[in-house]
Design a protein around this ligand. Structure first.
Ligand SMILES: *[C@@H]1O[C@H](CO)[C@@H](O)[C@H](O)[C@H]1NC(C)=O
Ligand SMILES: *[C@@H]1O[C@H](CO)[C@@H](O)[C@H](O)[C@H]1NC(C)=O
Ligand SMILES: *[C@@H]1O[C@H](CO)[C@@H](O)[C@H](O)[C@H]1NC(C)=O
Length: 484
């Protein structure tokens, strides 16, 4: 019996330490959705697809609970809105670490490996709102980790957008941190380096294409069809490599040639813009996966690239301020259906595995009455009301529902509002205009969604409690049987 226990212990310990050096692909798991897939179903989906690393945008209790005992490596995020508090109060940082890290770790806990302090806090569109608080928050979280005895297992980092650096020559070798924030950047980079922590960067060729009409589209992809850029002998035919190496040069120039780099986000959206569709998203993501396979790295930095895809699942409540595509970054739809074939280089062998046992609401939709008139003065008002509160980002030129006629447009808006409100009867009462149908109005690429059952975090907590008691009980049984 003793031997068996020893073997089991060695096995568990080696599995745990394996968990600390996971290679392979990671994914961002965001939760800004009106109807979240339950965390246990998401975790099951991660495992089914061989995804070994996740990045969370906050310390979501349900997600962290579901990730316990899975060996999946976790990066836990701290939202920008918390930076000021954490910067000004070491006590608040200690509480954050205690409640949101320590409480989830330990044996049978979650494999929290990184804390992401802030999310792109130096983004130019934030006008410097977080410039003063990011570094002190980072330092206070690091100190809190040290105090909690977790500083060897857990590293801090700060996911930054690639707009924190630029190139004077427009070649990677001209790279340096943006002049206006150079001092803030060096303070952070030095601190990360001193603590053996990585630099985390988000790289988005899609955004370059979206914001610059003259961006050469082939340069966004990995097919080698763009005319290569020669940078002192290093040849670049895709933007990702060039952008990554601009960072490598910026770090090198400032005295950090070997600093570890994590790509916190990379991906391509599937809707909400003429360049956002499944075909291009597949081309980008599959091209990227093949490009980094085999760990050959970039011209300036050989070796495997540590990366988290953006993102796992669509989120229908993300701000559309960056663009309508913002709600469509998932490799899976809101209900856990794969959008296209994707070989993740894991056990998934080319086909994404959908979420299992997803519970939907009843099969019914809210549409515009066929006999209702588009000239009815209520139409415009109703559509703008529905779209304002629900999600119409799949309507418009070049989108998945861009070919609907006007009638179809109105129906789409009504249904989105109806589903988001859990098919409440009162949510399909647009005066004289709407009706409920049991016939799926989806057509071609345009999917009229059917909402999934709402998930209540509160219910999860109770369940967690029962589960904890149960595992205590089974631990006691195991202990008892070893004694006997
Ligand atoms: C833990 O994280 C959650 C989610 O980000 C946050 O709302 C909460 O305030 C944090 N707890 C503490 C004690 O800081
Ligand atoms: C940044 O400044 C611009 C122009 O002054 C303003 O329109 C925008 O709302 C500001 N954004 C934030 C996040 O403060
Ligand atoms: C449908 O709605 C979208 C978004 O509001 C609009 O751009 C498009 O022109 C509409 N199509 C028709 C046929 O009215």
């Amino acid at each position: 019996m003793g031997n068996l226990v020893l073997v089991v212990c060695v096995l568990v310990v080696s599995l745990l330490s394996l968990g600390n050096f996971v290679d392979g692909i990671g994914a961002n798991w965001g939760t800004q959705a009106s109807h979240q897939l339950p965390p246990d179903k998401v975790v099951r989906m991660l495992r089914d697809n061989g995804i070994q690393k996740v990045k969370l945008f906050d310390a979501d209790y349900g997600a962290l609970r579901a990730l316990r005992n899975t060996g999946i490596e976790v990066m836990v995020g701290i939202p920008n809105e918390m930076l000021a508090t954490l910067a000004s109060s070491p006590k608040a940082a200690e509480k954050w670490v205690s409640k949101n890290v320590s409480a989830h770790m330990g044996s049978g806990g979650a494999s929290i490996r990184y804390i992401a302090v802030g999310n792109e806090p130096f983004l130019e569109t934030y006008n410097g709102s977080f410039l003063q608080t990011t570094f002190p928050a980072l330092r206070n979280i690091q100190n809190a980790l040290t105090k909690a005895g977790l500083n060897r297992q857990v590293r801090v980092t700060c996911p930054l957008n690639a707009d924190v650096y630029e190139s004077s020559t427009s070649n990677p070798s001209g790279g340096n941190f943006r002049a206006a924030i150079q001092n803030y950047m060096l303070q952070i980079v030095k601190f990360l380096n001193d603590n053996g922590a990585p630099f985390t960067v988000n790289i988005y060729p899609f955004i370059s294409l979206y914001t610059d009409a003259n961006f050469p589209i082939e340069y966004a992809f990995f097919d080698g069809n763009s005319s290569p850029i020669n940078d002192n002998g290093a040849s670049y035919n895709n933007m990702f490599d060039a952008n990554y190496d601009t960072l490598v040069w910026a770090l090198r120039k400032n005295g950090f040639p070997d600093m570890q780099i994590i790509v916190g986000e990379v991906g391509w959206p599937t809707d909400g813009d003429r360049n956002a569709n499944s075909l291009l998203a597949q081309r980008f993501n599959q091209g990227f996966m093949s490009h980094i396979a085999g760990g050959k790295g970039t011209p300036m930095r050989n070796g495997p690239i540590d990366v988290y895809l953006f993102s796992l699942i669509d989120e229908d409540e993300k701000s559309v301020q960056p663009g309508n595509f913002e709600r469509h970054w998932g490799i899976f739809t809101y209900d856990g259906l794969p959008k296209y074939a994707l070989n993740l280089g894991t056990t998934n062998s080319g086909v994404l595995v959908p979420a299992r046992n997803v519970q939907y609401l009843e099969r019914k939709w809210c549409v515009m009455k066929p006999q209702a008139s588009l000239d009815d003065p209520q139409v415009a008002q109703s559509v703008s009301y529905a779209c304002g509160l629900a999600d119409c980002t799949s309507l418009g030129y070049g989108t998945s529902c861009g070919n609907l006629d006007e009638h179809g447009n109105v129906s789409y808006a009504f249904n989105s509002y109806y589903q988001k409100n859990n098919q409440l009867d009162t949510a399909c009462k647009f005066p004289g205009l709407s009706m409920i149908t049991k016939t799926d109005p989806s057509v071609g690429t345009c999917r009229f969604g059917l909402m999934i059952q709402p998930y209540y975090a509160g219910a999860g907590r109770t369940f967690g409690c029962i589960q904890k008691r149960w595992s205590f009980l089974s631990a006691a049984i195991v202990l008892l049987s070893t004694v006997l």
